[in-house]
Design a protein around this ligand. Structure first.
Ligand code: PMP
Length: 297
């Protein structure tokens, strides 16, 4: 299993990878990023991730290298690492400059690509379901730092996850300042009630998850009616099933929410149906996309 780093197009061993301490990503979290994973070696829905990266960068007025350049660097890093399935983290910082908040003083964007073998979440989490807590810390309001921007500034979620882990839970679910459910620390959230699949609307202030969108698209195929709806903790606590979704998790069942047991306290049938459907979609997608992705430009 090989890990590789690519900085502005230059491939290197992780131990040799260096970023200047004056980089604004380091100093201020002044950066954007994406995490993608491969199926059959092909980065899953890469276009959707790159579109989100472009939206995040535009919101921060941060210039990105051209999309074709990012894709070429990603391909060469994946090829060089040669892992069966890969995790890739694509980070673009505003670059280096003098020590001042003023973003106009930055030199030029710096692109760091981390590629390693994909490490799936532990199998027990899917078999037994996980325990999630709602910590005191709230998600940033959209008017402060819009959670739909995937920036390097993740302290909000870091603190939430820390609070949950210290209290003995596997993950954290964040509310907005009005007490409405937003999302997990690095995932989106879904509740099943009867034949309905519920998830908070984007207007609540949350990351527009690629997996979230796919689960909404696939809901009808597993007999669920999808609704984007404002939710409170009590709505989740009395759900039949609760799931977290993300690129790395796919669909992960939640069986406890603080003191409340969800449904029967075990992963439910709707979870299994959606997990299978999503996985099948991913493999179909990868088979169809492989030739196009690897074709030389
Ligand atoms: N919300 C947050 C805050 C995240 O960090 C992530 C992981 N990128 C997600 C949701 C899930 O998004 P995706 O399905 O695109 O991985």
């Amino acid at each position: 299993m090989t890990s590789l780093v690519c900085i502005d197009g230059e491939l290197m061993e992780p131990a040799a990878a260096r970023v200047p301490v004056f980089d604004r990503g380091f100093l201020y979290g002044d950066s954007v990023y994406e995490v993608v994973r491969t199926y059959l070696g092909v980065p899953f829905h890469l276009d959707r991730h790159l579109e989100r990266l472009e939206r995040s960068a535009a919101a921060l007025e941060l210039a990105l290298p051209p999309r074709a350049t990012l894709v070429a660097w990603l391909k060469s890093a994946l090829r060089a690492a040669g892992n069966p399935e890969s995790y890739a983290r694509l980070i673009v910082t505003r670059g280096s400059g003098p020590i001042t908040l003023d973003p106009t003083t930055a030199d030029r964007p710096r692109t760091v690509l981390l590629v390693k073998a994909l490490e799936p979440y532990p199998a027990w989490m899917y078999a037994q379901g996980i325990k999630v807590s709602v910590p005191a810390i709230r998600r940033n309001p959209r008017a402060a730092l819009d959670p739909s921007v995937k920036s390097g500034n993740y302290l909000n979620n870091v603190l939430a996850l820390g609070q949950a882990r210290r209290a003995g839970f596997d993950d954290a679910l964040l509310l907005d300042i009005r007490g409405r459910v937003t999302e997990g620390s690095s995932s989106n959230v879904f509740a099943v009630r009867g034949g309905s699949l519920l998830t908070p609307p984007l207007e609540t202030g949350l990351l527009h998850g690629v997996t979230r969108a796919l689960v909404l698209e696939l809901a009808g195929q597993v007999g669920l009616q999808a609704h984007e709806r404002e939710l409170e903790v009590a709505d989740l606590a009395r759900a039949d099933e609760l799931w977290l979704t993300s690129t790395l998790r796919e669909v992960l069942p939640v069986v406890r929410l603080d003191e409340a047991t969800i449904g029967a306290g075990a992963p439910g049938p709707r979870y299994r149906a959606m997990a299978e459907r999503l996985h099948a979609h991913a493999l179909d997608w990868a088979r169809a996309a492989a030739a196009d992705f690897w074709r030389e430009p």
